[in-house]
Ligand binder design. Structure first.
Ligand code: F3S
Length: 80
């Protein structure tokens, strides 16, 4: 499985991820991206049929703000 969250400290609201993966990303009121599936916590597994668009979005982000891993980001809150 894949897990993902957006580092909103580095996201520049460019909007590319929502184009690549509209089923995964949504935008807050400032236009910053967040993962819709799990409240941007990085703890919910991305459905397998969305993994390809997830990786497209990860590659396409100009600021490398899309963090992807094979295991849940359990310590994300502590890292911010
Ligand atoms: Fe932000 Fe990168 Fe998406 S800059 S809007 S996370 S493509």
């Amino acid at each position: 499985s894949k897990f993902v969250f957006v580092d909103k400290d580095t996201c520049i609201a460019c909007g590319a991820c929502g184009e690549d993966a509209p089923n995964i990303f949504e935008y807050d009121e400032e236009g910053l991206s967040e993962v819709a599936l799990d409240n941007n916590t990085g703890t919910g597994a991305v459905p397998e049929d969305l993994e390809e668009e997830l990786l497209d979005a990860e590659e396409g982000c100009p600021t490398e703000s899309i963090k992807v891993a094979d295991t849940p980001f359990q310590n994300k809150a502590a890292n911010e």
